[in-house]
Design a protein around this ligand. Structure first.
Ligand code: DAK
Length: 261
């Protein structure tokens, strides 16, 4: 394991083909300041172009994943200032990450913290994780995708109740409703997340990237369009060394040697 870059407020630790990102403002429950989101976006862009890395995981340091956007940074802002700020552009940089991204959630994942987890591709939760969109309790509403992603993940009716009351929900509820892939004891959250990331990172890289792209497209378009898009990506993989290697290895009854090309 190499401790390649240490950056506050987001620390990046590379573990073989896995990049582990730690939200690192534990004193304020990893409140997502603009500086934190910018650093996270910078790190993700760095990982995107790092050929050694096949999958990334986001963890929170301290007792939470993230308790939301930094309320101190927004409390006095006017509508004009909010609109002029490039906060949305900053958050949009996160969603451009092409490799699989896992959220490993413990403690609070609230507001922007819940939205950050939902913007990831897979969510693993510790038993103590608490999710929620409590913005209504401070006079606003979700602004980083919460109304859209939560409604798609758990359905309109549950999302409506959660967002309109600000009530938090448990890891087990999140799992039962399909928001979370698995719930694990807190002590093994990190090893579970890293293990899954390692498994994904060991697959042929281009097929992984295209699969992620196609699955994300399923959220946005009608089935017929999605199927056409999937087929195009599927055909494109026949120009890769890994398709030739994977199928030859199967026929020759040996493990494949991926080149990620
Ligand atoms: N911002 C700033 N500081 C926070 C914080 C936050 N979101 N959450 C917690 N802290 C700070 C607390 O102020 C406290 O600091 P000190 O008083 O020690 O200096 C420290 O973290 C520990 O918190 P507590 O003392 O409150 O700890 P408790 O265990 O008693 O309570 C709690 C934990 C998570 C229930 C409570 O801290 C809480 O309710 N926090 C606020 C949760 C919240 O309302 N989250 C939603 C924020 S609004 C957008 C992008 C993003 C967003 C919107 C738009 N665009 C791209 C347009 C997102 C908005 C939001 O997330």
């Amino acid at each position: 394991m190499s401790n390649s870059t240490v950056a506050v407020p987001v620390e990046l630790i590379k573990d073989g083909a896995v990049a582990c990102l730690y939200l690192n403002r534990p004193d304020v429950l990893n409140a997502l300041s603009d500086d934190l989101i910018k650093t996270l976006a910078d790190r993700l862009e760095e990982i995107n172009s790092d050929d050694q890395i096949g999958c990334a995981v986001i963890f929170g340091r301290g007792r939470a994943f993230a308790a939301g956007a930094d309320i101190k940074g927004m409390a006095r802002a006017t509508q004009e200032e909010m609109q002029k700020s490039d906060r949305l552009a900053l958050w949009n940089r996160l969603w451009k990450f092409q490799k699989p991204l896992i959220a490993a959630v413990h403690g609070f994942a609230l507001g922007g913290g819940c939205e950050l987890a939902m913007g990831c591709d897979i969510i693993i939760a510790a038993e103590d994780a608490e999710f929620g969109q409590p913005e209504i309790l401070i006079g606003v509403m979700p602004g980083a995708g919460g109304t859209q992603r939560l409604a798609r993940a758990i359905g309109k009716y549950r999302a409506m109740e959660i967002i309109l009351t600000g009530q938090r929900f448990s890891a087990q509820n999140a799992h039962d409703w399909g928001l979370v892939n698995r719930v694990v004891p807190k002590e093994i959250l990190e090893s579970e997340a890293r293990g899954l990331a390692r498994r994904i990172a060991s697959q042929p890289r281009l097929a992984v990237l295209k699969s992620k792209e196609a699955i994300l497209r399923a959220q946005d378009v009608e089935l017929a369009q999605g199927l056409t898009f999937e087929r195009q990506l599927f055909y494109s993989l026949f120009s890769t060394c890994d398709q030739k290697e994977g199928m030859a290895a199967f026929l020759e009854k040996r493990p494949p040697q991926w080149k990620n090309k």
